[in-house]
Design a protein around this ligand. Sequence first.
Ligand code: UDP
Length: 423
Amino acid sequence: MNNKPTKSIALISVHGDPAVEIGKEEAGGQNVYVRHVGEELARQGWKVDMFTRASGAHQPRIVEHAPNCRTIRLVAGPEEFVPRDEIFGYRHQFVEALLKFKEKEGLDYSLIHTNYWISGWVGLELKRRLSLPVVHTYHSLGAVKYKSVSTIPMIASTRLKVEKDCLETDDCIVATSPQEQEHMRSLVSAKGKIKIIPCGTDIEHFGGIDREEARVLLGFESDAKVVLYVGRFDKRKGIETLVRAVNASEWRDDPRLKLVIGGGSRPGQSDGIERERIERIVNELGLAEKTLFPGRIGDRELPIYYAAADVCVVPSHYEPFGLVAIEAMASGTPVIASDVGGLQFTVVSEETGLLAPPKDFESFAVAIDRILSNPEWRDFLGRNARKRVEKKFSWKGVASQLGTLYAQLIEETEAVPLGSVSA
Ligand code: UDP
């Protein structure tokens, strides 16, 4: 317990609803981050309101997660799914709805923490109007993302400008890895304050079950060689690289080999289209019998899938942090990841797993073979992985570092004499 008076903070995640089902196209790491950070901050003595955009007419407007922690869904644009880049068009409505809610409930926030560039714009506007300290987490940087895609969207220049303004104007940016900080400095701006505080994971939720037990629960053979992917169906995630790597593996024709590709998708939407594309490749390569698509894996099953796997593969082309890697590591499963972004920070090659060049399926195949062929080494990597997560990536530790940062920024803001804050 903490004996400071409770301060209210607003976490803003316009497109990433912290109260929604995770694992679909628009719901991934950001939703998990905001929700866990919010809940943990509330446990540590903060009063937390998490604001997001209502994306369904029948969704509850307010979801209470825990004492002092709730999600508030504001109406900004149509109450239905809207692709993220289009959500920016409703930014003014979002700000007005938030201010109205705040006024109606008589709320006073001491600090605002925004997530992703769309919320970053909202934070800049609220900072201007309420003179509050603002912290921002990018979750993905346009300047890095646009380097790895073939078509640059129309919104790109707006996004890049907002991301630069956030870094130069907000009170502090939270980089989730040293690699992300480096990208901000080299690609966004030399100005502005940055603090590195990683993403976290629930170290009690993951890691409580052993491989044998998990395989019984999933109906997998005890001697199976299980290669696991968990995540959204999105080209950037590089699932194709994994499938081609399995096809090139020494284990390809071994009947024990099993490839599990977990993640939700909706037919006709972009994630559904990517899943169909991946299934086509699986079929073309003759891997259908070895490949399982369990669909979206719910929170209760996730620890079982991670524990059942010999190795979890994160083949992303670009990954600002990559929660899946630390979830697998927390479960005692080694990770083979692309040598990019936050994955270079979470996965220590040869100690907790292996890093391979992105899109290079042959290197991924070699890495998979090394781990599948040596169960003792697999277990050694898995134990190290678990230790690394316990030491560096628990939500408790992450939220406590964020809380310290908030307290410091609030104190600095309150110390500024009245009248010296420009409107
Ligand atoms: N996830 C899930 N079920 C699934 C697929 C993904 O719960 O079927 C979760 C996964 O456990 C992780 C998040 O979605 O917490 C994905 O976060 P990550 O940072 O790896 O990727 P992002 O989606 O942010 O690109």
